[in-house]
Design a protein around this ligand. Structure first.
Ligand code: NAD
Ligand code: ZN
Length: 357
């Protein structure tokens, strides 16, 4: 038995207003004439947050267009631009949702690794440590702030750069930054965390490490999304910790059916991660009966619309593409259904599931 020896985030600061400590946190990381690059979710362009970023010397703010989830091309272009403009940078600071944080991680790695980020999609392919990187979430749920991956869509696949070099050196968890997130987006991203918990806790890879974090994250998700009370600061505080704990839970287990199926949707249709997981979870009674019942209650209490019928009118070839992507996520299926998963999740069965979505 080989136990996973995994690398974690270096430093963590948590609390409302902790963003104000960013200047002192970054000071020891600064190198002469090499800027800090703040990669900021484009939602914040023209808002108050960029004015609070502690710019020094030749530091720059780059607004990241996250209309679509990060692509290897986008990562390569950003890394090239920074190398041409500055030669060396002191660090990359990602401020935003999972998409912006993933972009920041990937660009930081590509500052020191040759070729294209597409060459490193997979497990433990990254050769050299990247430059210093920090993650500052403005949406809670993905767990991207703690994970050892950065999910990218490349020319041939949607797969992360999973490596010991991928986790952030520093994360700043300031729930105040989430206050303007729209209710729908907050829900979809929050459900990513809820679904991580269900998939981890109901999976065959479960152990006490994953369970400890998963149960805590699940409890926090329930406190946030059940009970019909209006949104509040304390909910943002809790959801940020749920995201962190949910991410720690899957770090030592794996996700499951909702993610495996949702990856197919996202590859073919560009469906975003949070909403895609919700679309799939809505139809997974057979695999996660209790979790799906509670999920539906959360949807109802929070007055959220989950799109239906998104696979109607797709061609045979398109269904095949989605199924190939999905069935390629072997560890996810094995976690969900056990070693004999291929006997359980046949192509016919998966096809029937996609048709329901
Ligand atoms: P996102 O980062 O894609 O952002 C969704 C939308 O919310 C965007 O329009 C963004 O501009 C906006 N937004 C962000 N913060 C906001 C705020 N405070 N107020 C208002 N609007 C705000 O959403 P997400 O769900 O956080 O991230 C999804 C991404 O995370 C996907 O690309 C997925 O692949 C990735 N992901 C990564 C991991 C990992 O371990 N690395 C895990 C799960 C998901
Ligand atoms: Zn997820």
């Amino acid at each position: 038995m080989q136990f996973r020896n995994f690398k974690m985030v270096g430093y963590v600061v948590y609390g409302r207003g902790s963003f104000n400590q960013l200047d002192e946190i970054l000071a020891p990381q600064r190198k002469p004439n090499a800027p800090m690059v703040f990669l900021v979710d484009h939602f914040f362009e023209g808002k108050a947050l960029p004015n609070r970023i502690p710019l020094r010397g030749n530091d720059v703010i780059i607004f990241a267009d996250v209309t679509y989830e990060p692509k290897t091309k986008q990562v390569d272009a950003l890394a090239l631009q920074l190398k041409e403009q500055f030669g060396e940078v002191s660090g990359i600071i990602g401020i935003g949702g999972g998409s912006t944080m993933d972009l920041a991680k990937a660009v930081a790695l590509m500052m020191n690794n040759p070729g294209s980020s597409a060459d490193y999609q997979g497990w433990d392919l990254v050769k050299y440590a990247g430059v210093y990187k920090a993650g500052i979430p403005t949406l809670s749920g993905t767990g991207a702030e703690v994970s050892r991956t950065t999910v990218l869509t490349g020319p041939t696949r949607k797969l992360g750069m999973n490596s010991d070099f991928t986790p952030f050196d520093q994360i700043v968890l300031d729930p105040e930054l989430c206050k303007d997130a729209p209710a729908n987006q907050r829900f979809y991203t929050g459900m990513d965390c809820y679904i991580h918990c269900i998939e981890s806790l109901e999976g065959t890879f479960l152990n006490e490490f994953s369970k400890s974090y998963g149960e805590k994250a699940l409890q926090l998700c329930r406190e946030v999304f059940l009970g019909n009370s209006p949104w509040s600061d304390i909910k943002d505080d809790k959801l940020m910790m749920a995201s962190y704990a949910g991410g720690m839970s899957i770090a030592y287990s794996q996700v499951g059916v909702a993610h495996a199926v949702s990856y197919g949707l996202s590859y073919l249709l560009g469906t975003k991660h949070g909403i895609g997981n919700c679309i799939v979870m809505n139809h997974l009674e057979e695999y996660y009966p209790q979790g799906v019942r509670e999920f539906k209650q959360m949807v109802q209490e929070n007055n959220i619309d989950i799109p239906q019928g998104i696979c109607s009118g797709l061609t045979e070839e398109q269904f095949d593409t989605m199924m190939n992507v999905s069935l390629g996520m072997k560890p996810l299926w094995e976690n969900a259904l056990g070693k004999d998963w291929e006997q359980i999740m046949t192509r016919e069965k998966l096809r029937a599931l996609y048709e329901k979505l």
